[in-house]
Every structure is written in structure tokens, then in C-alpha cells.
Design a protein around this ligand. Structure first.
Ligand SMILES: Nc1ncnc2c1ncn2[C@@H]1O[C@H](COP(=O)(O)OP(=O)(O)OP(=O)(O)O)[C@@H](O)[C@H]1O
Length: 732
């Protein structure tokens, strides 16, 4: 059915009810007045709608809603007050017609309100809609698609927690038992209080006292167990999700890390997974508990007095409307506070990470000022938030107080008319207050479940993400010779999809050769080396090692045979020894010392107080640039690679040391063979002796040959680079 037809249908139904109300309330002027106002409002809205739908179908639905919403809310409020009047003037009896009439009166405005909202939004089921309507505080933010997604995500999260089904079952048992005990607390509190105030007999007082102690003790005791068990679930779930997410990160291709900042990924890992696990375990538990308590409380209230229960249900929307209105503003403000807090922590994080740069520019005060500015902004918003929190509390309390006054006045009338006893009225009032608490609990549970769904969605997206790289093969030949071939290789980096980093590059390197990539900065030298490490797969073309495509090889095998020392060698915050043997199962001490000696690092390491046990600091920050380079060279050669990739690996060393190390690098002492070595270097004097030199310029391979051959090319780039370097000119 179209939206407008729904509206006509509802409006027509409401008009019929109004006529019925006129008929029922002919002797009451206040009621006639209210009914008339409602009727006028409805008629105006009805014709407005007809005109709108007929003549101005082009007007966007938001504009229509902005007109329709106040009317609709007005109907509901007036209808609720009107129904309250109608009921208060009824002569209550328990005959089915009266009950039917009451149900119709109570349900009509609620149903109309819910349906109108439903049709204005998305095609949700009535129950889904009722749930969102009653408890959502972010009505306009999410589309139905999102809500369905959120529901799916929550279901999946729930399934994840079911892996601990036994623990969850025990927790749920305690939860139901504790909630059941809680249901009886108001009853016996009321009875105990009234046995004191109405001076009941000692046995009655004793019974109420014992029951009061029993239900309170049982509620607290079982509740404690429940909390403990669910806390266990939270930590198990959190550990599982964290491990899954971390595993998913490690599976991704390097391009993924180019496009997703590490801070964001770490925050997902630490913060979002925690939010997910704690919210789902705690809130699903709380939700189940709250529903048990809600049902129990309503049943007890009906048992104590059906009249008061109905009056209470009529008033409840008023409190919900107030709470929801404040909640909406509150949420917006807290989002702003959260984003400012995140900004502040970003600045702090970045400044601490780059403290050396900040210090070298003497920019500490500016950074502090920036930080303080954001703190000030978030403080100002926090003040508004504090005022609003107070106002919200005040409004909700006021609404509750009004409700309580009405209930007490109406309750007193019922006591006078002998519909309810004094002690039961007291118990009822306590139940009514408890119900308010439960409703607000449920609304908070809903909000935090939605927050958890938001966090989970992005976490699951990462968990499900399949790396956009060809899967690794299984090839593990016993001997890898070390022949390399590039066939028309091109690469576009994922972070820069519009630029070609290298294009149509082809060359062959024989096993045991040493080759160098040279060219101006940014020309694509490191890119060629990265491709051999399989950090990226070529966008076009093939890379062959010993005649087989690089992706056919097993991942672990390939990285045992190919070692790389990068431009900015990264060491782990572990000991030097641990850094050298990184990713190796076992290495005897002699081999470690041999590798360190070959990398010309043994001397400086043994000169340190703790020798090989010296810790390197974060990213190797406790060592000098040259020391870091030498430790990482040792790390590369200790595994006796068949192919060694050196990307500016000796740039921080003096020429004498550089030459010394290079001589040992080309030779694989294990099998007494030369190894294939690829060097990317700016210092051209260090690569003159290489078997082949590839000159790369703007992503193209433009010259290739030995030093001597390249020096003979007239106007050749290599020759020009050598000339400029000899004259100490910049090579860019
Ligand atoms: N991860 C990346 N994402 C996007 N673009 C990149 C990435 N790495 C390099 N580039 C770009 O690719 C081009 C080639 O870079 P590459 O690092 O291969 O140059 P290079 O010749 O090694 O330079 P240098 O001598 O300065 O190290 C450059 O334009 C660079 O900006």
C-alpha cells in the first residue's frame, strides 16, 4: 500500500474513534473539548495531506514529514490525555466489554502513532518497528538497510558468543533466577513497609521480613554469580575476536596497510573489539534480565490492580517522549565530545611519536596550544552536556513525579472505593517506579547494542576481507638457483590508483649475478624490489624466479630464500640477538656471530655493555642509523638467502665500511656459491662493479648494461648521473 493510502486509512479509523468518544463522553465538557481539538487537528491534517498528495507530489518527503510530524505528535498526546479522561470516568467493572473498551482506548493512539511512523520510514515488520520506535534514540540517522545490517551483525556477534555456550547457559540460568527474585523485591518491600505502617500482627510482619530478606539476598547472590560468569564470557569473547581480527590484518596484502592508517587499525583492535564483546555479552544478558523483570513486573502490577496498570501504561509514553527528546540532543552532544576527544588524542599521539621532529623545530608550544584548543572546545561542549544531563534528569524526574502524583491520587480513590488495599497500593507504586527503571535500562541497552553493532560492523568487515592478491602457491623446490626475470611488469599502487609507478619493465638476471637499480629519486627502484618481496603483485606482466611465477611459491619458503634489507631498516624492540634471529626456528650462536661479523656489526655489538642482549628500543631507536643498518644486514644474511635485496641498505655507512660489507654479501658461505644480489643505490661508486646496472627513469627501464657499457652511451642518463655525482650535484 502506498504511504498516502496508509495515512488516509489511519485517519479514517481515528475519526471513527473520535465519533465513538463523542458518544461515550456526552456528559463531560472537558472530554468533549479535547475530542473536538483532536478532531479539528485531524481534519486539517487530513485535507492538507489530500491537497499535498494531489497537487504537489514533487515536494520531497522530508518537507512533508516536517509538516506532518508535529500534527502526528499532537494527536498522540491529545489522544493519550483524552483516553485517560475517558477511563477515569468509566465505572470500572471486570465485565469483558469494559476491558475490551479499555484495550481499544489504550491501543488506538499507540497503534496509530506507531503505524504512521512505520509507513513514513522503511518497510520494517511491526514488531521491529515497535522496538525501534520505543527505544531508539537515533531515529533519523540510520536507514532500514543499516538497521537490518545492524541486526545481522548483532546476530553474528551473538553467534560468536555462543562458542562459549556452556558458560553462557550457566550465566543465563543465574540471570533468570536473579531476575525472578528481583521481581518479588518490590512486593515484599511494599508489604514490609505497610506491615510497619499499618501495624499488622507479628507473624505477618515476620513473614514479610523473612520474604524480604530471602528475595533480596537471592537477587543479590545470584546476580553476583551472573555478573562473574558474564565477565568471563566477555574476556573470552574479546580475546577470540581480537585474535581473529589480528589474524585478518596479518593476512592482508601490503596495499591494505597503505590505505588503512595503522592508528585506525589498532583502535579497531583495542577499542572496537572491547566495545563489541563487553556490550554484547553484558547487554544481551541485561536485555534478557530486563525483559524477565519487565514481564514479571507488569504481571505483578496487573495482579495488584488492573486499573492502575492501565493508567500507568497510558502515562508511560509521556515519560518516554520526554526521555527520548532529551536523549536525542544528548547523543548529538556526546558524539561531538567523542570526536573532539579523539582529535585531542590524535594530536597527543602524533606529537609523542614525532617528538624529535617537534623538538628540532622548537614547535612544542604550538603543539601544546593546538592540544589545549581542542580540550577547551570539548570542555565547552562538556558544560552544555552537564547542563543537559541535569535538565534531562530533571524533566524525566518531573514527568515521573507527575505520574506518581496521578497514580497516588487515582490509587487513593481506588482504595476508598475498595478496588485495592493500602499495602497493595504501596507495592504497586514501588513496582511502577521499578518499571520506569527497567524501561530506561532497556532503552540504554538498545543504544549500546546499536553502538556495538556499529563497532562490530567495521571489525567484521576487516575479518571477512579477502586479500586482493593472488593466493600463495605451494612450490618449495629443494634448490633455488636464483634466476630472476621481469616480463613487461607494470605496477599501480593501490593508494595511488591514477599513477603508474613502473611501466612495462623487462629484464633477466642470472643466478649469482649482482645487479643494481639506479635512477633519480622516485623513479621506481624500490618498487622493483618490493615486487620481488611480493609486497605487491604486478598490475600487468609477470615476475619469474627460476622460470616459475613468483606467486607459485610457498609464502614461508619464498621469504626464506629471498631476504631484504630496506631503506629504513626497522628493528623490533627486542634484544639484538632476537632481532638477528627473527623468524628463525633455531640458530646456533656461531652462525649469529658469523652473520654479525659479515655485516661488520660484531665489533660494535660486543662493545655494548649487554652485547647481543642489548635491547634495540622502539623501531631500533636506541641504535645509530649505521648500527641499525648493520644489524638488519646480519638479520638478512643469517638465513643464507639465495636472493638478497638491498634497498639503500648501506646508505648510512661510510664508503670503506660499505665496500667491506658488500664483498661478504655477494657470497653465500653455506654452499660456497655466489648469491643473486639486487641493489638499489644512489651512491653510484658503490655499484660500479655490478654485473648489470638497470637505469630506471620515471617508471621506465631506459638503460641497461655494465658500468663500462653505460658510460659509453652518449647523453645517457647513467653517464649524466655519474657526472653529476662526481661534481657533487643533486641527482633529482
Ligand atoms: N606505497 C606506495 N603507495 C603509493 N605510491 C608509492 C608507494 N611507494 C612508492 N610510491 C610512488 O611510486 C613511485 C616510485 O617510488 P619508489 O619508491 O619505487 O622510488 P625510488 O626510485 O625507490 O625512489 P628513492 O630513490 O627516493 O627511494 C614514486 O612516485 C612514489 O611516490
Amino acid at each position: 500500500m502506498e504511504i498516502s493510502r496508509h495515512v488516509y486509512f489511519i485517519t479514517f479509523g481515528a475519526l471513527v474513534t473520535i465519533l465513538l468518544d463523542f458518544y461515550a463522553s456526552f456528559s463531560n465538557y472537558a472530554l468533549i473539548l479535547l475530542t473536538s481539538i483532536r478532531a479539528c487537528a485531524m481534519i486539517i491534517a487530513f485535507f492538507y495531506r489530500v491537497i499535498y498528495d494531489t497537487y504537489d507530489a514533487k515536494v520531497d518527503s522530508d518537507t512533508k514529514k516536517s509538516f506532518w510530524n508535529p500534527f502526528k505528535n499532537l494527536f498522540v498526546v491529545i489522544a493519550a490525555i483524552e483516553q485517560a479522561f475517558v477511563i477515569s470516568y468509566l465505572k470500572f467493572s471486570s465485565d469483558p466489554w469494559t476491558i475490551l473498551f479499555i484495550i481499544q482506548q489504550v491501543s488506538m493512539p499507540l497503534i496509530a502513532y506507531l503505524w504512521i511512523r512505520r509507513i513514513e520510514r522503511d518497510d520494517l515488520s511491526f514488531l521491529q518497528y515497535a522496538w525501534i520506535e520505543m527505544f531508539s534514540s537515533k531515529i533519523n540517522e540510520a536507514s532500514s538497510v543499516q538497521r537490518n545490517d545492524e541486526l545481522q551483525v548483532l546476530k553474528r556477534l551473538f553467534r560468536c558468543s555462543l562458542e562459549d555456550s556452556k558458560i553462557v547457559a550457566v550465566g543465563t540460568m543465574f540471570l533468570f533466577a536473579a531476575s525472578l527474585a528481583d521481581v518479588f523485591v518490590p512486593l515484599y518491600t511494599g508489604r514490609l513497609l505497610s506491615s510497619v505502617s499499618f501495624k499488622e500482627t507479628w507473624p505477618e510482619f515476620k513473614y514479610n521480613l523473612i520474604m524480604f530478606i530471602v528475595v533480596n539476598f537471592a537477587g543479590g547472590f545470584l546476580g553476583g554469580f551472573k555478573m562473574g560468569v558474564f565477565a568471563l564470557c566477555v574476556s573470552r569473547l574479546s580475546a577470540r575476536i581480537k585474535a581473529k581480527l589480528f589474524g585478518a590484518y596479518l593476512r592482508q596484502e601490503i596495499g591494505f596497510f597503505d590505505t588503512n592508517e595503522s592508528g585506525k587499525l589498532v583502535s579497531r583492535l583495542n577499542h572496537d573489539t572491547q566495545v563489541m564483546s563487553s556490550t554484547v555479552a553484558n547487554n544481551i544478558a541485561c536485555c534478557a534480565g530486563a525483559l524477565v523483570r519487565f514481564l514479571g513486573t507488569v504481571i505483578m502490577m496487573i495482579k495488584l490492580s488492573i486499573h492502575l496498570t492501565i493508567a500507568c501504561i497510558i502515562g508511560a509514553p509521556l515519560i518516554l517522549v520526554v526521555a527520548k527528546l532529551c536523549g536525542k540532543i544528548h547523543r548529538r552532544i556526546s558524539e561531538k565530545v567523542q570526536s573532539l576527544t579523539a582529535d585531542a588524542s590524535d594530536i597527543a599521539d602524533e606529537t609523542i611519536q614525532t617528538i624529535r621532529t617537534v623538538r628540532s623545530f622548537g614547535n612544542e608550544n604550538e603543539e601544546l596550544k593546538k592540544f589545549e584548543q581542542i580540550l577547551q572546545q570539548s570542555y565547552e561542549i562538556a558544560v552544555v552536556q552537564a547542563v543537559l544531563t541535569a535538565a534531562q534528569r530533571w524533566f524525566v524526574d518531573l514527568a515521573q513525579l507527575c505520574m506518581s502524583i496521578v497514580m497516588l491520587a487515582y490509587g487513593a480513590k481506588l482504595v476508598r472505593d475498595n478496588y485495592i488495599t493500602g499495602p497493595d497500593l504501596l507495592a504497586f507504586i514501588i513496582y511502577q517506579l521499578t518499571l520506569g527503571g527497567i524501561l530506561s535500562d532497556i532503552s540504554q541497552i538498545y543504544s549500546s547494542l546499536m553502538t556495538a553493532a556499529g563497532s562490530s560492523q567495521s571489525v567484521f568487515e576487516f575479518v571477512d576481507r579477502q586479500p586482493v592478491q593472488k593466493p600463495n602457491g605451494t612450490l618449495q623446490p629443494e634448490n633455488l638457483r636464483g634466476d630472476i626475470e621481469f616480463q613487461n611488469v607494470s605496477l599501480v599502487y593501490p593508494a595511488r590508483p591514477d599513477e603508474i609507478a613502473i611501466q612495462n619493465i623487462s629484464f633477466k638476471i642470472k643466478a649469482g649475478q649482482s645487479c643494481a637499480f639506479v635512477g633519480p629519486s622516485g623513479s621506481g627502484k624500490s618498487t622493483c624490489i618490493n615486487l620481488l618481496e611480493r609486497f605487491y603483485d604486478p598490475t600487468e606482466g609477470k615476475i619469474l624466479i627460476d622460470g616459475r611465477e613468483i606467486q607459485e611459491y610457498d609464502h614461508q619458503y619464498l621469504h626464506q630464500k629471498i631476504a631484504m634489507v630496506g631503506q629504513e631498516p626497522v628493528l623490533f624492540n627486542r634484544t639484538i640477538r632476537e632481532n638477528i634471529i627473527y623468524a628463525l626456528d633455531s640458530t646456533d650462536e656461531d652462525k649469529i656471530i658469523q652473520a654479525a661479523s659479515d655485516a661488520n656489526a660484531h665489533m660494535f655489538i660486543t662493545a655494548l655493555t649487554n652485547g647481543y642482549q642489548t635491547r634495540c628500543g622502539q623501531r631500533g631507536g636506541h641504535l645509530s642509523g649505521g648500527q641499525k643498518q648493520r644489524v638488519s644486514i646480519a638479520r638478512a644474511i643469517v638465513r643464507k638467502p639465495t636472493i638478497l635485496l638491498l634497498d639503500e641498505a648501506t646508505s648510512a655507512l661510510d664508503p670503506v665500511n660499505e665496500r667491506l660489507i658488500q664483498d661478504t654479501l655477494f657470497y653465500n658461505k653455506d654452499n660456497q656459491e655466489l648469491r643473486t644480489v639486487l641493489i638499489s643505490a644512489h651512491r653510484l661508486s658503490s655499484i660500479e662493479h655490478c654485473d648489470q646496472i638497470f637505469v630506471i627513469h620515471k617508471g621506465h627501464l631506459i638503460e641497461q648494461g655494465t658500468h663500462e657499457e653505460l658510460m659509453t652511451i652518449e647523453n645517457g642518463i647513467y653517464r649524466e648521473l655519474v657526472r653529476r655525482q662526481k661534481m657533487n650535484l643533486d641527482d633529482d
